[in-house]
Design a protein around this ligand. Structure first.
Ligand code: PMP
Length: 388
């Protein structure tokens, strides 16, 4: 009767994403204000869309090389040098993936032996833990604390390292907390990373959305650069979620081996999307700046609004999420989200979807118009008053 008996053990043990539940519920209701989804609300800039149209018109509809279009790899390496001051060789240290999502998967499948430990920071992005498990790795969780602005401390890292640790997985600016690490914060960690020869996997998908200090990539520390693998992509920086283009920057031997996994399961990402991405990487700096400015204004608006209505909310330094503390309501984060949706038709995500230590928080995306955010805040205020 059911195909469940055919499924492998690993897949049976992985729970469905805690984000989806509320969106499935919300999609059945009318008049919902959803502040749940993690994607920018801008259209992809026209000059980027035009390059895709041109690619189709001129018949650029064949496979590219497995590692991706040479022009795109060149432009990405120039972009990283120009924006973040680190240099990678486009010929052998860069490959194009189907979003940052594929990149996470192929890193795990290329590097992990069964039982290898991967240090994950939580609250953290929902895909990390399942992808580590599916590749046979063992996640080791570090709980990030609000009082440390959701940064990774040297003490926490020291306590998590064992002789089985292979990868330290970082994500700053972070989803869902908006936490950011600056140069001084990283400096504290470098001796440990070097001493234990850890691979540092850094998901920099929100690099262009840093509001305070200029974004610092951990790959800028020369003494560990060979140990660093960068994941990035076009989804968030250029509002290109549907184009599915991401990339990896790393040591040449690692790239060569990741390409083995990639070539057999993907072949190459969409050629048309890759041509659009060439334009974004080469000429999209201004789009990133315009988007960042707009998000920063919305961040300030929503943080002020949440604190005003009585939900304690720290000021996140990056990404487009706020992560208010809801413990004052006496509800669990699941109860909070469910009641808020039922009573006031506002959809947000429980912090517990991002790891156990996310309990007591909710994630609210502010990649929505000021009018939608205003409306959601009014409804949330009514909801909070109803709990008193
Ligand atoms: N990493 C993080 C932290 C994310 O939030 C997301 C998307 N929500 C991704 C990776 C994957 O993005 P994409 O596959 O669109 O590049």
């Amino acid at each position: 009767m059911s195909g469940a008996k055919y499924l492998n053990k690993l897949i049976q043990e992985i729970p469905p994403s805690g984000i989806r539940k509320y969106f499935d519920m919300a999609s059945q209701m009318e008049g919902v204000v959803s502040l749940g989804v993690g994607e920018p609300d801008f259209q992809t800039p026209w000059h980027i869309r035009e390059e895709a149209i041109y690619a189709i018109k001129s018949g650029k509809t064949f496979y590219t090389s497995n590692v991706g279009l040479p022009e795109l790899r060149k432009e990405i390496c120039k972009y990283y040098q120009r924006r973040f001051g680190v240099s990678y060789d486009w010929q052998n240290q860069c490959m194009i993936t189907v979003g940052g999502s594929e990149a996470i998967d192929i890193v795990m499948r290329t590097l992990l032996d069964p039982g290898d430990e991967v240090i994950l920071l939580q609250p953290g992005y929902v895909a990390y833990e399942p992808l580590v498990r599916l590749a046979g790795g063992t996640p080791v969780i570090i709980e990030l604390k609000e009082e440390n602005h959701f940064k990774l401390t040297k003490e926490a890292l020291e306590n998590a390292i064992s002789d089985k640790t292979k990868i330290l997985f970082l994500n700053f600016p972070g989803n869902p907390t908006g936490g950011v690490m600056n140069k001084e914060d990283y400096e504290e960690l470098i001796p440990l990373i070097k001493a234990h020869d850890l691979v540092v996997l850094t998901d920099e998908i929100y690099a262009e959305l840093s509001y305070g200090d200029k974004f610092c990539t951990i790959s800028s520390f020369e003494e560990i650069k060979e140990q660093v693998i960068i994941i990035n992509g076009f989804s968030k920086a250029y509002s290109m979620t549907g184009w599915r283009i991401g990339y990896l920057l790393a040591d040449a031997d690692i790239i060569k081996s990741m390409n083995k996994v990639h070539q057999y399961c993907i072949m190459c990402p969409s050629t048309i999307s890759q041509y659009a991405a060439v334009e974004a990487a080469a000429k999209g700096d201004n789009d990133c700046d315009v988007h960042r400015e707009s998000f920063e204004g919305r961040r300030n608006f929503i943080v002020n609004g949440l604190n005003r209505i009585g939900l304690k909310c720290h000021l996140p330094e990056g990404a487009f999420y706020v992560f208010p503390n809801i413990t004052s309501t006496g509800l669990t984060s699941d109860e909070f989200c469910e009641k808020l949706l039922q009573q006031e038709k506002v959809a947000v995500v429980p912090g517990s979807a991002f790891g156990k230590c996310g309990e007591g928080y909710v994630r609210i995306s502010y990649a929505y118009s000021i009018d939608e955010i205003k409306e959601a805040l009014e409804r949330m205020e009514r909801f909070l008053n109803s709990l008193k």
